[in-house]
Write a protein that binds this ligand. Structure first.
Ligand code: NAD
Ligand code: TDX
Length: 332
């Protein structure tokens, strides 16, 4: 049994990871989460008290972080400001959490020689043309587009420097777009599902041709556990499940699964600097560490996600109106 600290464990992917760890291992988890607008303590409901401790706090709070690292066998770092549209509105919290927060954790990992895993995104590589045969690999040069992705790129580079300069025992993973339960309604898939539940037309940015490479959050969790168990210190692993789809196809699939006409959506103002396409080549993770995704059928995973939002309206309803008011103010 190991003692894990999971930062951002009340967010979307972090809470999915905590549920995954509790069901698939005997590790004890301490979640450190600031409970920003994106964090929800209820995403951890139902987990046994003897497996989970919750600490409400900021990853940039050095004394608190130091105390938690003192007794941790490993730290898995999910906490971040994570939404591109918010980063275009107000970049400052992205610098504070993604850069200063990650720096604070790395300094504690250095002091306590703690095994550290940093969660990052494929967006650090910029974007691909629709017809480019290449996909992102671990050696693709960094070329981030947004304030969000540039702060994630910066945090990855800090991790690499702390490995090389100070011998911190860290690994990094860069994953593609996640979907599944507990995702905030500001994000594309939950926004459209909850719009349909509320009889609002889904909103497609621009022409809807942009491609994202979808992976179920539970497959992201199994990949991170695999890297923690078998990964080589200092290495980066790309995580993806060969799930490229354009946004228009995803909206049409949601509408069809929810019993609405496939064309019952609106085109709205495009995102500034909108990345065209992300695509992950996860050969290294599969060949070197033997990882495989379990969710092979996107439509079935999407149907289950729709069912989760139908059954958990009390989880998302308190945030829906504020999110829609924010988008409405930008014509989206
Ligand atoms: P999220 O916004 O749903 O959750 C972020 C969590 O971090 C929230 O619980 C929030 O309260 C917490 N947090 C924010 N600032 C904090 C701080 N200063 N101190 C402590 N806690 C803080 O994000 P997510 O979509 O679950 O993303 C989690 C991680 O995965 C991020 O690092 C993100 O870059 C990465 N990632 C996300 C995706 C995706 O598709 N969503 C894909 C690849 C990588
Ligand atoms: O209403 C919408 N309409 C729309 O067309 C919203 C909210 C989004 N979109 C588009 C923009 C993107 O092309 O859908 C796509 C997905 O958008 P987001 O859910 O905002 O995700 P994205 O910008 O691709 O970033 C996500 O994946 C990588 C996560 O939010 C990041 O945290 C992660 O790093």
């Amino acid at each position: 049994m190991a003692r894990l600290v999971v930062t951002g464990g009340a967010g979307f992917i972090g809470s999915n990871f905590v549920h995954h760890v509790v069901s698939h291992t005997d590790h004890h988890v301490t979640v450190l989460d600031k409970l920003t607008y994106a964090g929800n303590r209820r995403s951890l409901d139902g987990l046994p008290d003897d497996r989970l401790a919750f600490v409400h706090g900021d990853i940039a709070d050095a004394p608190l972080v130091d105390e938690l690292f003192r007794s941790a066998d490993a730290v898995i770092h999910y906490a971040a400001e994570s939404h591109n549209d918010n980063s275009l509105d107000d970049p400052r919290p992205f610098l504070e959490t993604n850069i200063i927060g990650t720096y604070t954790l790395l300094e504690a990992a250095r002091r306590h020689d703690t095994r550290f895993h940093h969660i990052s995104t494929d967006e650090v590589y910029g974007d691909l043309e629709l017809d480019d045969p290449q996909r992102f690999t671990e050696s693709t040069p960094y070329n981030p587009s947004s304030p969000y992705s540039s702060t994630k790129a910066g945090s990855d580079l800090l991790v690499r420097a702390w490995v090389r300069s100070f011998g911190v025992r860290a690994t990094i993973s860069n994953c593609s777009n996640n979907y599944g339960p507990y995702q905030h309604v500001e994000k594309f898939i939950p926004r459209q599902i909850t719009n349909v539940i509320r009889d609002i037309q889904p909103r497609l940015y621009g022409a809807g041709e942009n491609v994202r490479d979808w992976i179920h959050a539970d497959d992201h969790s199994s990949a991170v556990l695999t890297i923690l168990e078998k990964g080589t210190i200092g290495e980066t692993y790309l995580i993806g499940a060969d799930g490229e789809k354009n946004n228009k196809d995803v909206v049409e699939m949601i509408l069809q699964l929810m019993g609405r006409p496939r064309d019952a959506y609106d085109h709205v103002t495009d995102r500034a600097g909108h990345d065209m396409r992300y695509a992950i080549d996860s050969t290294k993770l599969r060949a070197e560490l033997g990882w495989r995704p379990s969710f092979q059928d996107f439509e079935a995973g999407l149907a289950a996600t729709i069912q989760w939002y139908r059954e958990n309206e009390d989880w998302w309803a308190p945030t829906k109106d504020r999110v829609e008011a924010f988008y409405a103010s930008k014509g989206q």
